[in-house]
Design a protein around this ligand. Structure first.
Ligand SMILES: C[S@@+](CC[C@H](N)C(=O)[O-])C[C@H]1O[C@@H](n2cnc3c(N)ncnc32)[C@H](O)[C@@H]1O
Length: 219
């Protein structure tokens, strides 16, 4: 097991790992591997777009220094959130999810992982949770909605601290079935730039996730 370019991420061959905060416990059926008494969880790039983003060449500083506060939009059952909780056990991770079914599993995960704060809410209405969340250092979004860039911008306005970082996982075909991918990504970049969010790195997530582009921004 070797350190990967991203702080606290490990690599063995082509596979990424994080140190398991709950040794002996899997979150989504991932492989566990113990080396020199430390248990690692495999970080599956086909299940987590963030792992795919790292493997597609995201720069070493894409996640910044370990953040103290994170706002995660579209947490679902907590697959990716669980790896962030492995990476940053000292951070507060606010995880927004609007599906009550997914939220129930997220709540169960939060009981095992201090610092994870699930919030049942619609990410299109950040004013509903802004007071609880405050200003975060990292904003992460993975929701399949037509106005994904607009949702990201509104949440950045409401909750991202000055010089904070963000990652937008853009599902192109949820925006439109008609326009070409390059056009949709260009429109998202324009919306981000207009909100003074500078795109530092962008890539498609193929072959791990089709129809997705990942955009890393700095406020
Ligand atoms: C692709 S899944 C997220 C997977 C997750 N990010 C991961 O990597 O583990 C998208 C999630 O976004 C949620 N979602 C969609 N629209 C939303 C909204 N407006 N507000 C909050 N959550 C939303 C869906 O219920 C779904 O659970």
């Amino acid at each position: 097991m070797k350190p990967a370019p991203w702080e606290r991420v490990y690599r063995e061959g082509r596979d990424l790992y994080t140190v398991n905060r709950n040794p002996g416990t899997k979150v989504y059926g991932e492989a566990l591997s113990t080396v020199d008494g430390v248990e690692y969880r495999a970080w599956d790039p086909f299940r987590s777009k963030l792992a795919a983003f790292l493997l597609k060449g995201a720069p070493a500083d894409v996640l910044g220094r370990p953040p103290r506060t994170v706002l995660y939009l579209g947490a679902a059952h907590g697959t990716t959130v669980s790896h962030l909780s492995d990476l940053w056990p000292e951070a507060t991770l606010f995880a927004i999810e609007k599906s009550p079914t997914s939220f129930a599993r997220l709540l169960a995960l939060a009981r095992q992982r201090p610092g994870l704060v699930p919030i049942l809410a619609d990410a299109q209405l950040p004013e509903r949770y802004q007071a609880d969340v405050g200003a975060v250092e990292l904003l992460y979004q993975d929701i399949a909605q037509r106005n994904q860039a607009g949702i990201f911008v509104e949440n950045a306005r409401a909750c991202l601290s000055p010089r904070g970082r963000g990652i937008l996982m853009l599902k192109v075909r949820s925006v439109t079935q008609q326009r070409p991918t390059a056009t949709v990504v260009r429109e998202a970049r324009s919306a981000l730039s207009a909100a003074r969010l500078a795109v530092a790195y962008e890539t498609a997530l193929t072959p791990f996730s089709r129809e997705h582009a990942a955009l890393a921004v700095v406020a």
